[in-house]
Ligand binder design. Structure first.
Ligand code: ADP
Ligand code: MG
Length: 157
């Protein structure tokens, strides 16, 4: 596992980083988003969607488990918080193995159904508008992506 880290000073910087990630994203990429309520997971997903050339507004998928958005690639925004039984198979693998890009919130609840490789993006609140954004790459595809994003985005302090 390799780890990449950025500090975001405001909402715009978070969106900018996510936008760059969206630009670099390829079919089949899977991102697990972690962070407390209000950390910026939805904000990050909005930026990512822009980078995927999605014009529709991305909202939190809390009342539906999967929301699909069309862009350069399809984006599947999943919030599995409402999956009652972690063993319940809702066919997530079809999304993970497909040509779209998956962003998963509360992925811990479907641990057994996750693909082999992915990146975990953790957003931590460090102040009113300051956030630490950590990108943990599991597998060579995500290590490459982390490197590229690092080169692209040097928003340290
Ligand atoms: P989550 O989906 O993790 O619950 P949201 O993205 O819905 O969080 O909300 C994050 C809130 O924090 C928004 O109101 C946003 O404007 C605010 N915010 C302030 N600073 C930042 C930052 N640096 N990055 C992301 N969001 C920020
Ligand atoms: Mg949210």
């Amino acid at each position: 596992m390799r780890k990449y880290e950025w500090i975001s000073n405001n909402e715009e910087e978070t969106k900018q980083l996510a936008y760059s990630l969206g630009k670099l994203t390829q079919p089949g990429d899977v991102f697990l988003l972690e962070g407390d309520l209000g950390a910026g997971k939805t904000t990050f997903t909005k930026g990512l969607a822009k980078g995927l050339e999605i014009s529709r507004t991305v909202n939190s998928p809390t009342f539906t488990i999967i929301k699909e958005y069309m862009g350069r690639l399809s984006l599947y925004h999943m919030d599995v918080y409402r999956v009652q039984d972690s063993c319940e198979d809702l066919g997530f693998d079809e999304y993970f193995e497909g040509e779209g890009v998956c962003v998963v919130e509360w992925a811990k609840l479907i641990q057994d159904q996750l693909p082999e490789n992915y990146a975990i993006i953790t957003i931590t609140r460090e102040g009113d508008t300051k956030r630490r954004i950590v990108f943990e790459a599991f597998g060579s595809r995500y290590e490459q992506l982390g490197e590229e994003l690092n080169r692209y985005e040097d928003i340290s302090n």
